[in-house]
Ligand binder design. Sequence first.
Ligand code: S3P
Length: 450
Amino acid sequence: MSSTSSGGSPPANTVKAVSVSSPARLRGEITPPGDKSISHRAAILNAVANGVARVTNYSTGADCASTVEVLRGLGVDIDHRPGSANRGGELTICGVGMNGLTEPSDVLDAGNSGTTARLMSGILAGRDFQAIITGDASIRSRPMGRVIDPLVEMGANILARDGGRLAPIVFNGGSLKGIEYRQAVASAQVKSCLLFAGLRAEGETIIRSPAISRDHSERMLAAMGAPVRTDGPDVSITASELSAVDIEVPGDISSAAFWLVAGVIHPDAEVAIRNVGLNPTRAGVLTVLREMGADIETVNEREVAGEPVGDLIARSSALHGVEIRGEIIPLLIDEIPVLAVAAALADGETVIADSEELRVKETDRIAATVEWMKAAGVDVEDRPDGMVIRGGRAIRGVTARSHDDHRIAMAIAVAGLVAEGGMRIEEAGAADISYPSFWRDLSTISGAVA
Ligand code: S3P
């Protein structure tokens, strides 16, 4: 691995550029880090619960470290053993109860983490103190009106830049009452934010969504004793205290997705991915890859902390193009950058539609994907709500930019495993956001990182 320059905002840029070449074979076993979505929720909900909880296999990514720092800033005592490439993180959280948070003495920093900013907005709304949350340049350009508008409707006093749409966000009291809110996009972050606010609101909070999205908040809230109800994509909650629960976080399927695609696109591959969370509201990537003809075996299925878990084995496969659109999109939204790599190697056309949300992730993931793919000779067409990829051509090795987006960096690296001449990935350190041991794992199965 070569670090060619330094600088940028830590922790995303510890490694600047990485070269990945195409190995003859891919073999081995990988255990991805703890699930990022479940980790955020385990920390936040236990922080406002009653009792002490231990969270194991906490995500080693920088985003989840941001959540711990934000909670500490609100007076929560958290012992954080960050973990390493071989070991998940560990938290011991002394819950302060639903009304026990205290006024922070400084601005709260969500770093690069949209989940921290949006989920914590539901926790910070309508408190009897003032708090300000912000983040890096990406966070300060991402839409926050989607959480601010319904929270204001619930009675929170909130100010934010650009007429209430952009961070920094200032929370200044108010008293919350339940609302019935219909969200236009199926966002789990918005749903979770409003569920968390609903824990302190008078009356019932109902959130209606156009499709099902990840349900980790609902599962965890129920396990902690909250009266949360689910009806298809709609959820509701009333005020409640929470009881702390110990949580063993399953491995992150969004991180596993890079190895699933690597395994199925490489001509001589067998990669085992251990301890992967298989919650159906997250497993759209498995459905689509299998529909494309991928040889992916699920073994050792079990349940951990109320979430289905298993091991996956991905083997070299002949893939064909598919249509990815509609209700499956929220179930695989973060995996689209790497699914695009599978599409580029598949025979025929893959259409990715209904995915305009990709334009407001850590970067515009449609633009970033189309940019590197065009440079690498892939037949790809940019659409407002996705892209069309006509696959089957060889990928040419080029120097490509991640735009400081962790999932773009890792998707390009996966393409590097089959590209003619290998890939050079700039701003590769962005992988630290969700998967700090990614480059090490890549060299373990391939010996191909320089
Ligand atoms: C997340 C929900 C998704 C996803 C993000 C994590 C969560 O965002 O893209 O990485 O943990 O709730 P949206 O809710 O904006 O779709």
